[in-house]
Ligand binder design. Structure first.
Ligand SMILES: [Zn+2]
Length: 386
């Protein structure tokens, strides 16, 4: 697959919430992985096949959207839109995690049908990578009648996600908790809808219900779209150690509340960022960047830490070997700068000032996939492939 060196970097944002900015101006990518991070001297022993001149700008990990509702292909019937996955790639997203495929037309609701859908979506997105984007599809929707044997069988087919609990007929903790135990026993990660009803047929999910069910991720603690109260948010923050997801298509006031409370508690590692799109709110190609900007500008989270919430934090929770700039990780990177006209002089300052950064390059598995985003404003300084 070859070597690519990213040189002349102004700032390296690691994606590690506890150590968000790294020293160095050069990153060496070999055969799709990060091989070295440091100063230009790391290139002494090697002749890279390709060189990217970052022009003094900021390199961040490729972003992860922890909450997408795909169907099959790069099409969604929810808003009748084509190429929305590729659009997110142009917002710096290199990995997406399905929270279920409930928008599948005529979605089956029997155990055999939901299993078939999860296997199909999982295997089809393994083969389909719009623009190079990594999509983890096939998140099982919990319906009545599923047995432990079904979870074992699905795990054997590679399915490792359970979509938001609440989308299917299994809604109460009494019904869901045993299935969550089976899912976890077979290595799966489990999301649970939290807050008010999103679409007709789904139900209100309280903090008590979430804690009794014990998922991996509290999906949209700020609502999808209707949020829990601050008292319930406090309960999840203070009485559990669950991962709390903040989504773009949710309630901005509770997002702000949760971010500030976790900053106070020094527990920012618990926040991950999702888009929760396509949804009734729409498709927001820059949704992950917008949420980072919201948290960094309005909630006063340092920009490099807000970026970690949409990269390293999520990778850690879902055990993905990407979206952290560290040796051995998959070489998924984005290069950003302040947009033209911003009051910020670099990407992090622009984000903290409330501006969407300009994205000039996306690299996936060590290969340049996007040169100049078609969705962000133009970056002041554009990285260049030499
Ligand atoms: Zn939801």
């Amino acid at each position: 697959m070859g070597t690519l060196a990213v040189t002349n970097i102004g700032t390296i944002v690691s994606g590690d919430i506890n150590n968000p900015i790294l020293d160095g101006n050069t990153i060496l990518l070999v055969d799709g992985k990060i091989q070295a991070i440091g100063n230009a001297g790391i290139l002494d022993q090697i002749q890279p096949g390709q060189i990217v001149d970052a022009k003094g700008t900021t390199v961040i990990p490729g972003l992860i959207d922890s909450h997408v509702h795909p169907v099959l292909g790069d099409f969604t019937p929810r808003q009748k839109t084509l190429d929305y996955l590729d659009s997110a790639l142009h917002g710096g997203v290199t990995t997406m995690i399905s929270a279920g495929e409930p928008h599948t037309p005529g979605r089956p609701k029997d155990p055999a049908g939901v299993k078939a859908l999860a296997v199909l979506a999982h295997k089809s997105f393994n083969n389909l990578r719009p623009g190079g984007l990594k999509i983890h599809g096939g998140a099982l929707i919990l319906e009545r009648g599923l047995t432990e044997q079904d979870f074992a069988e699905l795990a054997g087919e590679g399915v490792w996600l359970v979509g938001e609990i609440g989308l299917g007929s299994v809604k109460t903790p009494a019904e869901a908790a045993p299935m969550v135990r089976w899912a976890k026993k077979h290595g799966m990660k489990v999301a649970m809808h939290t807050g008010g009803t999103s679409i007709p047929g789904s139900s209100v999910v309280t903090a008590d219900m979430v804690m009794e069910t014990n998922p991996t991720v509290v999906s949209h603690i700020n609502g999808g779209t209707t949020a829990v109260s601050t008292a319930e948010a406090d309960q999840l923050i203070d009485q559990s150690d669950l991962t709390l997801e903040i989504v773009q298509c949710g309630n901005p006031k509770i997002a702000d509340y949760v971010a500030r409370r976790l900053a106070e508690k020094n527990q920012l590692h618990r926040i991950i960022i999702g888009n929760d799109s396509p949804s009734g709110t729409g498709i927001i190609p820059l949704g992950i960047l917008r949420t980072i900007v919201q948290l960094a500008s309005m909630s006063r989270i340092p920009a490099a830490q807000a970026i970690a919430m949409a990269s390293g934090n999520t990778a850690r929770v879902f055990e993905l070997n990407t979206s952290t700039i560290a040796v051995g990780k998959e070489a998924d990177l984005a290069i950003i700068d302040a947009p033209i006209g911003s009051v910020g002089s670099d990407a992090l300052q622009a984000i903290e000032a409330g501006d969407i950064p300009g994205l000039s390059m996306v690299i996936i598995d060590g290969a340049v996939k996007v040169r100049k985003s078609r969705n962000t404003p133009p970056a002041n300084r554009q990285a260049e492939l030499k």
